[in-house]
Design a protein around this ligand. Sequence first.
Ligand SMILES: [Fe+2]
Ligand SMILES: [Fe+2]
Length: 314
Amino acid sequence: MSGVQYFRGNDAFFEALPQALLPASREGVVRILMMGDVVGRPGRKIVKSVLPQLKHRAKINIATINGENLAGGFGITQKIFNELTAPAVGIDVITMGNHWCDKPEVHAIRKSGARMVLPQNLKNLDGVTVIPEFEIPNSRRRLAVVNLMGLFAMKHEYNDPFEFLESVKSTLEAKVQGGQCIVIVDVHAEASSEKQAIAWFLDGVAAGLVGTHTHTPTSDERLTRKGTAFLTDVGMTGPYESVIGMSLAGSMCRYFSPKQKKPQEVSENDSWLCGFLLEVSEHTGLTLAAHRLQYREDTEEWTLRTVTPPAAKT
Ligand SMILES: [Fe+2]
Ligand SMILES: [Fe+2]
């Protein structure tokens, strides 16, 4: 495993980035950037300002976010969906979570057949169990996107994500081994244990898995011997000085003076952007190297940690 690297300023980061990535001469690498919950206007702003350059400089084929908190922290609107999926910004796929239906427009977005994925274990929603596949630019494989709600400490009830995975695993495996797909997974859950158990269940099938929902990045990125990269929570992209993206005033009141019932609002402070960059073999559909990325708007500081598989036992 390589150590954590820090860079001050975009120029320093983007100059060093090629050395952290697999060599350009290595053929057939598909780069997939997975980001977590993007929170409100500040989260959208940092995505719009950083992603186009990051996508270009790292030669990222396809980029995903979790969109459950895009609109004022709660849900998604058509306007925001259009804005972020415009080629000039470059979000290709949006997964969702427990706030998926906070804005009613989500149903129109879904019906338009666009690039939004709802958790496949939502209850009583027609067609939701289908795992959608998306074209990956410059790859003959397609991207199969699994999105699941965890069960622990959730307000609403969901179908069992573990049962669902047992029912689809062999099909996904055949698509990976047959050269048709690369599989990525967003597990939207409170409990680290649920997310890690799912990652190990899909070992050698999924190229990458990120946990989302806690809005708090973990630093336990791993790449298994079989080529599955995972990170228990990739962390939100949103205001840094905040409580999971929300303003300090509203959050303090919520916990310390709950009787006052102040509305929860997204903080307007500077953001950080958190992501997990996968370098996937076009040949096997599994991951060769993965990188945890974080960027702080206020200090212009980048953090990069590359993870490679465990050394072979002698
Ligand atoms: Fe969230
Ligand atoms: Fe959530």
